[in-house]
Design a binder for this molecule. Structure first.
Ligand code: PMP
Ligand code: G9A
Length: 423
């Protein structure tokens, strides 16, 4: 007897699933000698361990039967209430607990939306670049993905409008547009107010839903707050995803989807088949964290911490990176710098050299539906220690310098260098 041929046993859907480059890189970068700018990990110094301990002790003493029991699929009612209140006070999003589903990370929200909306003839629109986890989540359901580029003001809505015009003529089955408008992953940019308004107008005119994924909105280090897409919409067109992963702790796996009641109700049915409910234990802890008013103080602390780390990376990049081969805008918030290199430099090929120097990043092509972006890379600045950020940038600058000399200078005569294009 020989072992089964699993590939032919697996469904077409299973065979279409792709490993997450980020999750694979996380394994590689676990070695202590590697300075990792790869995973979008919060800094452990930003975990409010004592407050969590206090809450867990209180909950286990006062209501163990509740927090250790199964819960409803929709989520712990008081947590949904607390989140509804906060969405209103912080982001001017109207709605009540009924519009909110608690999920196992917003990654689960993305998968549930894929299940609900994407069929074999569906088209969805994504940004280029876009969040790799969303690409992987939606690809399972086999959509036709249309990519619209970004610039320094976010999604290029004029390009979107052009596409929507052609789409109408070809009766395309457009389901939703997925965007990370505030401190984009990976590009860092924040969509301007006028583009946000325009995007919402277009969703009304051309009849599609907008999925606004917002894990980073609270992490603003400079500049003025911009309204959420959800607050600009009055036609129930926006589905808004939030998470505690970057503002409290990712290990809770607590996130929420806010949306029109029919969408939330359908997501609940889909989720019943997936996991019955999100763990009540961490939901209760998160609810108490909000109720006791700890979150705002905590946000101030992490904004200080991450703002400082961003400045350290920015200053080190300015000092050490060879600017003739690489450029990087500095965003007003979030967790990433997105760098565009000279087009002769392939960051997937360069990655092996970077790892040999014990420094890691995420390759640009992971963030494009069509695998382009091979001259880009994403650098996370929130996780590494301050001195490691400096050392890591020095190492990476050396690698870029070497690749620039080999791939750019050696390939072109003096004065013939190509310009660097990109976000
Ligand atoms: N969306 C975006 C844009 C993200 O960057 C992330 C995490 N990096 C997620 C969703 C998933 O977050 P989680 O599942 O931890 O809530
Ligand atoms: O996969 C993870 O651990 C979350 C990180 C996401 C990212 O790096 O964008």
């Amino acid at each position: 007897m020989s072992a089964p041929h699993f590939e032919s046993l697996f469904s077409t859907r299973a065979n279409r699933m792709k490993v997450s480059v980020i999750r694979e890189l996380l394994k590689l970068t676990q070695k202590p000698e590697v300075i990792s700018f790869a995973g979008g990990l919060p800094n452990p110094l930003a975990f409010p361990v004592e407050k969590i301990q206090e809450i867990v002790n209180d909950l286990l003493r006062d209501q163990p039967q509740t927090i250790l029991q199964y819960g409803s699929t929709e989520g712990v009612p008081d947590l949904r209430e607390e989140i509804a209140k906060r969405l209103k006070s912080r982001w001017d999003i109207d709605g009540d607990a009924e519009n909110i589903l608690i999920t196992v990370g917003s990654q689960q929200g993305l998968d549930l939306l894929g299940r609900l909306f994407i069929g074999s003839t569906s088209t969805i629109i994504m940004e280029a670049p876009t969040y790799l986890g969303a690409l992987n989540a939606f690809n399972v359901y086999d959509p036709n993905i249309v990519s619209i580029p970004l610039d320094d003001k976010g999604l290029m809505v004029d390009r979107l409008e052009e596409y929507l015009g052609t789409m109408q003529k070809h009766s395309i089955n457009l389901k939703f547009l997925y965007t990370v408008p505030t401190f984009h992953n990976p590009a860092g940019v924040c969509m301007s107010y006028s583009r946000r308004k325009k995007l919402i107008d277009l969703s009304h005119e051309y009849d599609f839903m907008v999925v606004e994924d917002d894990p980073y909105g609270e992490l603003r280090y400079e500049g003025e707050k911009v309204p959420t897409l959800a607050s600009l919409d009055d036609e129930e067109r926006v589905i808004y995803l939030g998470t505690f992963s970057k503002t409290l702790v990712p290990g809770f796996r607590i996130a929420w989807t806010y949306g029109p009641k029919p969408v939330i109700d359908k997501m609940v049915v889909a989720k019943q088949a997936v996991d019955l409910c999100t763990p009540p234990f961490t939901q209760h802890v998160a609810k108490e964290y909000l109720r006791r008013g700890y979150i705002d103080e905590h946000l101030k602390h992490i904004i200080d911490l991450y703002g400082r780390k961003q400045r350290i990376m920015r200053d080190a990049m300015n000092e050490y990176m060879p600017k003739e081969y690489i450029k990087w805008p500095v965003p007003e918030g979030g967790m990433f710098l997105w760098a565009t290199l000279h087009e002769n430099i392939n960051t997937t090929e360069m990655f092996h050299d970077a790892i040999a120097e014990n420094v890691a990043y995420v390759i640009g092509s992971a963030f494009f539906a069509d695998g382009s972006g091979s001259n880009c890379m994403r650098l996370n600045f929130t996780h590494a220690d301050d001195d490691k950020i400096l050392e890591g940038v020095k190492r990476l600058s050396g690698v870029v310098e070497r690749w620039g000399r080999e791939k750019v200078d050696a390939a072109s005569g003096p004065g013939e260098k190509e310009v660097i294009t990109g976000v």
